[in-house]
Design a binder for this molecule. Structure first.
Ligand code: GTP
Ligand code: MG
Length: 191
């Protein structure tokens, strides 16, 4: 089955967004960063579309817990995408059946253009993986900030972000449309 993976800084809202998308609290979330420590794989069966895997990954940039802990979390995420770039997702064993449909890079809409996020975007691009930009926690911005921050993101990444809030539900339908589009496209050949 195709895989769609959530990636982003610790605490950006990856696990919360999975819960909002599926309408159930399946992924553990926390106000403190560093909650997700393993790659968690969710099999999602939409009513009107084929099933797919939604992958929740540890975030990057979490400083507490010591350097070794940070490296261990980031190693899980790095290993996942390196496998994906070789056509070996969690569900496909062989490069002959690549299953990776796309990465969703989540960035906090309050902090557009952070170096760590830009490095992640460039790294995923260099691996040849299709990547889309999601701006989270939209409810935390004023109207004026929304306009300014989303424009800033579009400028930095040369890609229009899908802006979401799990509190208000804004953007979730648009995100489902994006995911459906990713799932319809054949995955890229491994590099
Ligand atoms: P790690 O597992 O540590 O990498 O974090 P994560 O990216 O999975 O973040 P998580 O979903 O655990 O959410 C972190 C915090 O942000 C929690 O307190 C969430 O309630 C909060 N949060 C997530 N999305 C939103 C949102 O759209 N709006 C607001 N206001 N808070 C949010
Ligand atoms: Mg998490």
């Amino acid at each position: 089955m195709p895989e769609v993976a959530m990636v982003g800084r610790s605490n950006v809202g990856k696990s919360s967004l999975i819960n909002a998308l599926v309408g159930r609290a399946v992924a553990r979330t926390s106000a403190a960063p560093g909650k997700t420590r393993l790659a968690n794989v969710y099999r999602v069966s939409p009513v009107k579309a084929p099933a797919f895997y939604l992958i929740d990954l540890p975030g990057y940039g979490y400083a507490r817990g010591g350097h070794a802990a940070v490296e261990a979390f980031e190693a899980v995420t790095t290993a996942y995408f390196e496998r994906a770039s070789r056509g070996e997702g969690v569900s496909a064993q062989k490069a002959a059946s690549p299953s990776f449909a796309g990465a969703l890079l989540l960035v906090d809409s309050r902090h557009p253009g952070l170096d760590a996020d830009q490095r992640a975007w460039a790294w995923l691009g260099a691996l040849g993986l299709p990547c889309h930009l999601i701006a989270t926690k939209l409810d935390k911005l004023t109207r004026a900030e929304r306009h300014r921050h989303l424009q800033h993101l579009q400028h930095v990444y040369a890609c229009p972000p899908v802006a979401v809030s799990v509190l208000s539900g804004e953007g979730l339908e648009e995100l489902w449309t994006l995911i459906a589009k990713l799932l319809r496209q054949p995955p890229p050949p491994p590099v």
